[in-house]
Design a protein around this ligand. Sequence first.
Ligand code: DGL
Length: 273
Amino acid sequence: MIDSKSLPIGVFDSGLGGLTIVKAIQKLMPQEKLIYFGDTAHLPYGDKSPETIRQYAKEITHFLLSHSVKAIVIACNSASAVALDTVKAEAKEVPVFDVVRPASLYASSITQNRHIGVIGTRATIASGIYKRLLTAISEEPVFVAEKATPLLVPMIEEGWLQNQISLEIIHEYLSDNVLKNIDTLILGCTHYPLIKNQIQDFFSTFQSNPVTVVDSSMTVAAYLQKGLDNANLLNSSPTPAQSLYFFSDFSQNFEDSAKLFLGKKVTFERVEL
Ligand code: DGL
């Protein structure tokens, strides 16, 4: 009989951004084998309708289940925001982890002034998921300032992390009055950890009160570890595992970007769902 603990974990994203979550999971739990699916053929999700994102998420869930995964991580804020229930329904008894809840729980636990900002894609911000969840989990009233920052994804994919244009775009978005009083900012998009330092620098330079920038990748990995442990699914092998990476489309550009997100070169396999 196969021990469920040794089964892989399925992780998916609209493309490459989810590799920031993969990197964090591999750092925390190198013994876990990951089956990553990046839906590069349908990228970006951030500008798509909830119905379309749900349909893609459903197909990817079936693909991951065909690899006998013991858990599924939706490593995409846009898909977490609108397709969590869909993935859960398809996954049945396989536990599903999203990226919105861990980041919200963490932000809610550290804010001092109860003013939390969230930046993300249009799909994530339009869903209002962070506001709903932060309000639901906070014992005291919380003010949630949400701001869509759609130019950040293409900017990061272009590798523009710290040039004059990227710093100006960051400045333009973050100087919005709505974020003026926050003391905590959730990076509500899997791409944004790559510009965390630049975002932190903006607040250190231009905002009078200190702002803590919450990078969801590490909080997601820690949340997943706890969830697997609770479900008795944590792999206790001492040997680091080899993960597999699948993409629905492939170009040289994707391979180069993957290195940017993951910090190492990986072998891709193209698969049509
Ligand atoms: N992965 C998406 C997210 O975290 C960003 C990229 C996209 O729009 O597909 O929202």
